[in-house]
Ligand binder design. Structure first.
Ligand SMILES: CC(C)(COP(=O)(O)OP(=O)(O)OC[C@H]1O[C@@H](n2cnc3c(N)ncnc32)[C@H](O)[C@@H]1OP(=O)(O)O)[C@@H](O)C(=O)NCCC(=O)NCCS
Length: 167
């Protein structure tokens, strides 16, 4: 599999059969078909995307875009294609869009026991800022709340303008 053959595109109803297969395979408490349908319909500022390989869905990411922040609520890559860079493409796309829309932060929750997934998020600059106790319904596992602060570009000083007093 060559990453240059991966395409990112908006998730549609047509993708949901394969999305649900991946979801059921990788998560212990998978989202339902109705939940994905709401996302595709744009519920809560949702921006669902899929990664496809030769037209077939191999991963997806769903982020909710609020006024100032973005919440990454779901991301998965088909088990047999994990650890080949597809997750990175998906997260980078969310980060790029969040910067484009001038958002301040991206947040997400990850299982406290999933150290590897936390390492994955840290590669983008996410850091843990707290625990949500007993967040997951299946085993009452804690969630680690992670945040990525998106640095806004300061406006360029006007030509000939005075220097700011702020040091
Ligand atoms: C988490 C997930 C989306 C990552 O996608 P992926 O395609 O496997 O990840 P990538 O190959 O893009 O990895 C990107 C980076 O994270 C690192 N990484 C990924 N998974 C890792 C793991 N389990 N442990 C340590 N590092 C990991 C890789 O080393 C890579 O860094 P590099 O490019 O500098 O080498 C995917 O593994 C998955 O679907 N997991 C099951 C579902 C899940 O847990 N979703 C997250 C819920 S919060």
């Amino acid at each position: 599999m060559d990453l240059k053959h991966i395409r990112l595109e908006p998730m549609t109803e047509a993708h949901l059969t394969r999305v649900l297969e991946i979801e059921g395979d990788v998560f212990s408490t998978p989202w339902t078909s109705e939940m994905f349908t709401q996302e595709v319909e744009g519920h809560l500022g949702s921006r669902p995307i899929v990664a496809t390989l030769l037209g077939k869905v191999v991963g997806y990411a769903i982020a909710w875009f609020f006024d100032e922040d973005v919440h990454l609520v779901n991301i998965a890559v088909a088990r047999r294609l994990q650890s080949r860079g597809i997750g990175k493409l998906l997260v980078n796309d969310v980060v790029r869009e969040a910067r484009k829309r001038d958002k301040e932060v991206i947040t997400l929750e990850v299982r406290a026991g999933h150290a590897g997934v936390q390492v994955f998020y840290r590669t983008f600059g996410f850091r843990g800022i707290g625990l949500r106790k007993g967040y997951y319904s299946d085993n009452r596992e804690d969630a680690v709340l992670m945040i990525l602060e998106l640095v806004r570009q300061a406006p360029a000083p006007r030509a000939g303008g005075r220097e700011s007093n702020a040091r």
